[in-house]
Design a protein around this ligand. Structure first.
Ligand SMILES: Nc1nc2c(c(=O)[nH]1)N[C@H]1C(S)=C(S)[C@@H](COP(=O)(O)O)O[C@H]1N2
Ligand SMILES: [Mo]
Length: 309
């Protein structure tokens, strides 16, 4: 590797980038015909121009991204989700959208994808456990969906829940967490253009272990905020309870913005281990808001980031 840290490399320096570009160009060559037919809607964005929000850090390989996961419904080991999540039935799928919205209801996957435009977003992902990856997601802005269902005045938060399928998810009966896995965002965070619902990664529908068929991605927050396999989205006035905060409020706050200056009670958050960097790779410095400070710092003006962690 030429750079001290992998994310100092440009796309063009990296072989995976070249391979990925070739696939993308092939897809682009195949043209709009493929969209919605062969590839399905999850792949439609591959004709899109790169997003201004994408990092030019080198993405991790699909193999890395889909074999080192946190998805406690399928077990607590990093390889358990890859081993067990194949059992999850992701089609048909519907999402209940309720609470303070103008058009509540059960939305099928087709319904949801009808009104949105998919694009590629290459984002850093920083887990609270101090490891990180770079993931080329395919998805749409959560704001597109929220605008479609009409969030009512007075709503201040958006809450999310993951499916609970004891027959398909071996972790459920183990009681690692109080199911369903729950997450939440302040409305302005949910409406921020960086906040996406991912339905694919690289040129494939999103693997089950990464949260098929649709999962939240909030790149400036610790990974646990990015809830997988969503079945419910609710607009509400009060801050919703969230799984890791319910499990241990001292260690996991509602905001959980990536912050190298606020350590976890049991480990430093100043640096991180990039997955795939190799056994002897140096840890890399963690960036404020995971590198998205210029886009999101204004959401927290006047807030004490140590107290509201
Ligand atoms: N439903 C659900 N969503 C979840 C989790 C989980 O255990 N269950 N783990 C979270 C954590 S801790 C992280 S770091 C990311 C990991 O996403 P990835 O496996 O796609 O890298 O998913 C988050 N979303
Ligand atoms: Mo995490």
């Amino acid at each position: 590797m030429a750079g001290r840290y992998r994310n100092e490399l440009n796309w063009s320096d990296a072989t995976p980038r070249a391979a990925f570009m070739n696939r993308r160009q092939l897809m682009a060559g195949a043209g709009a015909l493929a969209v919605g037919s062969i590839g399905g809607p999850a792949l439609a964005s591959l004709n899109a121009a790169p997003s201004a929000f994408s990092t030019d850090a080198e993405p991790n390989s699909l193999k890395e991204i889909s074999n080192y996961n946190n998805y406690y419904e399928f077990g607590v080991g990093k390889e358990d989700p890859a081993r067990n999540a194949g059992a999850l039935t992701t089609d048909p799928w519907s999402v209940k959208i309720d609470g303070m919205v103008d058009r509540p209801g059960d939305y099928s996957m087709d319904d949801i994808l009808k009104g949105v435009s998919l694009e590629e977003r290459i984002y850093r992902l920083r887990c609270v456990e101090a490891w990180s990856m770079v993931v080329p997601w395919v998805g749409f802005e959560l704001a597109d969906l929220l605008n479609r269902v009409g969030v009512q005045p007075g709503a201040k938060y958006i809450a999310f829940e993951t499916a609970v399928r004891p027959d398909e998810m071996p972790g459920i009966s183990r009681g690692y967490l109080d199911w369903p896995y729950r997450e939440g965002l302040r409305l302005d965070e949910a409406m921020h253009p960086l906040t996406i619902i991912a339905t694919g990664l690289y040129d494939e529908p999103i693997p089950n272990q990464n949260g098929a068929p649709l999962r939240l991605v909030v790149p400036w927050k610790y990974g646990f905020k990015s809830i997988k396999s969503i079945v419910r989205i609710s607009a509400m006035e009060k801050e919703p309870p969230t799984s890791w905060n319910m499990a241990n409020a001292r260690e996991y706050g509602f905001y959980s913005n990536v912050n190298p200056e606020v350590d976890h009670p049991r480990w430093t958050q100043a640096s991180e281990r990039l997955i795939g960097g190799g056994l002897f790779a140096k840890r890399q410095p963690t960036q404020m808001f995971n590198g998205y400070e210029e886009h999101v710092a204004s959401l927290y003006t006047g807030m004490d980031l140590k107290k509201s962690f």
